[in-house]
Ligand binder design. Structure first.
Ligand code: 5GP
Length: 141
């Protein structure tokens, strides 16, 4: 089965265009990082390249290199900001693998020993909490 085409009206494309608000923690020429609205743990960040691709499978390797460098930066920042024991980085390709938004993104999630992850795309977090967590992460960047 082939993958679908890139749809410019996906939610992250709209966030990148500034049409939908997000709690941004980092931006450079190629990549944006913002808080996931349904965090699996406090401090869950999405790292999103500005270039259009549906997921890892159709991405330009140069874009992947730019993006993973920011994933590393954000992973260190969330570890510090949330005094985490570890950091979970994950990325889904196509619905069968759990992908729900079809613009390439990496999840960066602080982890604490003995604390289970909340469900993927579970409960919407309060705006004020997301804003406060974004500030904590920005302070470590
Ligand atoms: P995927 O399943 O595609 O890897 O993950 C999509 C992620 O985007 C989910 O973790 C979900 O909580 C998050 N998400 C969905 N809609 C929005 C939104 O409008 N804004 C933000 N910041 N995150 C979103």
């Amino acid at each position: 089965m082939t993958s679908g085409a890139y749809d410019d009206n996906n939610i992250f494309a709209k966030i990148l265009r500034g049409k939908i608000p997000s709690h941004r923690v980092f931006e450079n020429e190629h990549v944006v990082a913002f808080m996931d609205v349904m965090p699996q743990a406090p401090g869950h960040v999405l790292v999103v390249p500005k270039a259009a691709s549906r997921n890892l499978l159709d991405a330009d390797p140069a874009v992947l290199a730019q993006t993973i460098a920011v994933v590393q930066k954000i992973a260190n920042a969330v570890k510090e900001a949330f005094d985490a024991d570890g950091v979970f980085v994950c990325q889904f390709n196509e619905p069968a693998a759990g992908q729900t938004v079809f613009h390439l993104h990496f999840h960066v999630i602080p982890r604490h020993e003995g604390t289970a992850l909340k469900p993927h795309s579970g409960k919407m977090e309060d705006n004020a909490v997301l804003a406060a967590n974004a500030e904590k992460i920005k302070a470590e960047l």
